[in-house]
Design a protein around this ligand. Structure first.
Ligand code: SAM
Length: 212
């Protein structure tokens, strides 16, 4: 998957995204954000904010910035911001592989359902670490290949189909943590069988294997 394709795919179904995915994605986003108990004044970056499903979940005592590469996904997010008067939220079109913020800017950097969408996932995690403050927290909500070999085979089989709708299914949790040197302090799942994980990590500012 390349950038042009990804942008085309998400621009293509931005208007249908909430209808297709909201019920499925929202419980994890809700659990992940509630768990942070975001303190007043927190600076939050939502990477690949999409149509802004997460935006109503952030308390209005935070300063939230949502970035995404798709103009049409952001347009849907902007509708939510306006309708719900989310004056604490700012949206910007930006590439998650090249985040246009200074180092050590955010207290929390959150990426839901994007790490296996981008062609360079470890670059995105490096960027998340860079813009997070040294004592900041990173949250990644994502599908990871099942440790059950039968399910993993099915996921592998379906991978070409999933790529057509904008994500891959061949990344394991272990690969992500090891390659990106993540200092995970907690993982969560909304159900025991869920193939998606909520990963909470401390920003240790260690570079990933891709940058060594
Ligand atoms: C599956 S959607 C997830 C959206 C939202 N985070 C959610 O959980 O509902 C993936 C999003 O990542 C965005 N995206 C893909 N590549 C990106 C990049 N390089 N930089 C920023 N956003 C990107 C897409 O435009 C899309 O909005």
């Amino acid at each position: 998957m390349d950038y042009e394709n990804i942008t085309k795919i998400y621009n293509g179904y931005a208007h249908l995204y909430d209808f297709l995915f909201s019920a499925f994605f929202h419980p994890r986003q809700k659990a992940a954000i509630a768990d942070l108990e975001l303190p007043p004044g927190s600076k939050v970056l939502d990477v690949g904010v999409g149509t802004g499903l997460t935006l109503p979940l952030y308390p209005n005592h935070c300063e939230v910035t949502g970035i995404d590469i798709s103009t049409d996904m952001l347009r849907q997010a902007k509708k939510k911001v306006d309708k719900l008067k989310l004056t604490h939220v700012e949206l910007m079109e930006m590439d998650a592989c090249d985040i246009e913020f200074n180092d050590n800017t955010f207290d929390y950097v959150i990426a839901t359902h994007i790490i296996t969408v981008v062609p360079e996932p470890f670059k995105v995690i490096d960027e998340m670490k860079r813009v997070a403050k040294p004592d900041g927290k990173l949250v990644i909500v994502n599908h990871f290949t099942s440790s059950n070999p039968v399910i993993a085979r099915m996921e592998n089989f379906c991978d070409p189909l999933f790529r057509k709708v904008g994500w891959r299914t061949d990344m394991s949790y272990e690969e992500m943590v090891e390659t990106s040197n993540l200092e995970v302090y907690k993982t969560d799942q909304v159900t025991r069988m869920d193939l998606w994980k909520i990963v909470h990590a401390n920003n240790n500012n260690k570079v990933t294997a891709t940058n060594v």
